[in-house]
Design a protein around this ligand. Sequence first.
Ligand SMILES: [Zn+2]
Length: 91
Amino acid sequence: MTNTPTHNRERSCIACGAKASKADLLRIVRTAEGISFDASGKLAGRGAYVCSPECFDKARTGRLSHALKTKVSNEEAQVVAQALQAHIQRA
Ligand SMILES: [Zn+2]
């Protein structure tokens, strides 16, 4: 039995549904300029979470557009995928 504080804001990966705290997921954010990877997790805008670059790949064609309520172009998805990979490799 774990006693999770209610302010621990848990999110789900949009591809596989894995639950994790915000800090452990990768945030994709939609801003006025388009979609981007939000390394800080603090950018304003509609966000979606994935647990790994692999899950981003799975979600990028369908669920990501749905989660962000916008049509994500291949070009945008590619830029975000590269940013995710770079972030993972740095971590
Ligand atoms: Zn996942």
